[in-house]
Design a protein around this ligand. Structure first.
Ligand SMILES: Nc1ncnc2c1ncn2[C@@H]1O[C@H](COP(=O)(O)OP(=O)(O)O)[C@@H](O)[C@H]1O
Ligand SMILES: [Mg+2]
Length: 313
């Protein structure tokens, strides 16, 4: 197969996908997002790559960095409009990038997550903090990643200060119950298609409540429970994402989903492949091949195909 990776800057992951594809007899070509452009009209929608009409591909694997969500999903949508098979849809990637929108899908899917509040007006902050469970409390930017934009406020004054600062900057945020018993630890569960292919536990090494590897956390081998496995799969299903890294924390009342990462990393010293020895890149390539055959049979591969009104939440 000829597989394109619609990519931004995750070079290690791209290289692993190229290598894994080659091993399986496929040609994998990186398509840097910023070299793609569009000219659209009804009878001739064109997608250009490096100024020339893009060549045919059997599958497109989107790996869109958080800073490029808008442009990335626009290009991905154009691939979909041109009837290319893409392993994930622009719709699922957009939902996955919005922490609040994701949680609203979790409500519909009965997916457990920490109690979360959202408010527009300063007058509502007190009430939201109280209903979410009082301080200490987590405050998160809706579009943050790698732990940046996730804060822990110890008391009401601190919480309101953070909230007011972000309000001033017009940065949308959520207020969330702090799951103290899991502080500094979480699970990263990597889903490909309808399977969990690898998982690890992440721990912060410096006492930070955030377990992100990007903040200096470390990865460890872990055996997840069947309940945790099912929860990761169910969470992905609510937003229709096929390839994702689900963050789950182990709370006193059972596993809770924190977020779904829709272009998840798997390389690096503390990355999933190093920690678990699983060939994550190979699993993604296999999924692209499987998905393409279903696509060719006319089987719905995107959430939009399966749930016509999916984009109402
Ligand atoms: N409600 C919470 N209670 C306890 N720890 C949390 C909570 N939310 C997030 N964390 C910790 O902070 C980390 C980053 O939060 P997350 O929502 O995944 O944001 P990011 O997208 O920046 O990774 C999580 O991996 C977890 O370790
Ligand atoms: Mg995270």
């Amino acid at each position: 197969m000829r597989i394109g990776i619609l990519t931004t800057s995750q070079r290690d992951e791209d290289e692993r996908l190229i290598e894994a594809g080659k091993k399986k007899g496929h040609e994998v070509i990186p398509l840097p997002l910023i070299k793609c452009s569009i000219s659209a009209c009804t009878d001739d929608p064109i997608l250009y790559f490096e100024g020339k009409r893009i060549e045919p591909f059997d599958a497109i694997i989107p790996r869109v960095n958080v800073n490029y969500t808008d442009y990335g999903t626009t290009i991905l949508r154009q691939f979909q409009a041109l009837k290319y098979y893409t392993t994930d849809s622009a719709y699922s990637i957009e939902v996955g990038r919005d922490k609040l929108r994701c949680l609203q899908h979790f409500i519909r899917g009965a997916i457990p997550f920490p109690k979360t509040g959202f408010a527009y007006s300063k007058e509502d902050y007190d009430n939201i903090i109280k209903t979410v469970g009082g301080t200490p409390i987590i405050i998160k930017l809706i579009e943050g990643t790698e732990g940046i934009g996730v804060f822990l406020a110890d008391d009401n004054k601190q919480a309101k200060n953070i909230l007011k600062t972000f309000k001033q900057l017009s940065a949308p945020l959520i207020i969330q119950e702090f799951i103290e018993e899991s502080s500094g630890t979480d699970l990263r569960i990597f889903v490909v298609g309808n399977k969990v292919v690898a998982s690890m536990e992440r721990k912060s090494l410096d006492g930070d409540f955030r377990a992100n590897i990007a903040l200096g956390g470390a990865g460890y081998q872990v055996k997840i429970t069947p309940e945790e496995e099912q929860l990761a799969l169910d969470a992905c299903r609510t937003i229709g994402i096929n390839i994702a890294g689900v963050d789950i924390i182990r709370s006193k009342r059972g596993p809770l989903v924190i977020e779904i990462n829709v272009s998840p990393d798997f390389c690096g010293e503390q990355g999933l492949e190093s920690i678990t020895g699983v060939d994550v890149a190979g699993a993604i390539i296999d999924y692209a091949v499987y998905g393409k055959s279903r696509f060719d049979q006319g089987i719905g591969v995107w959430m939009e195909d399966k749930v016509p009104y999916a984009n109402t939440a």
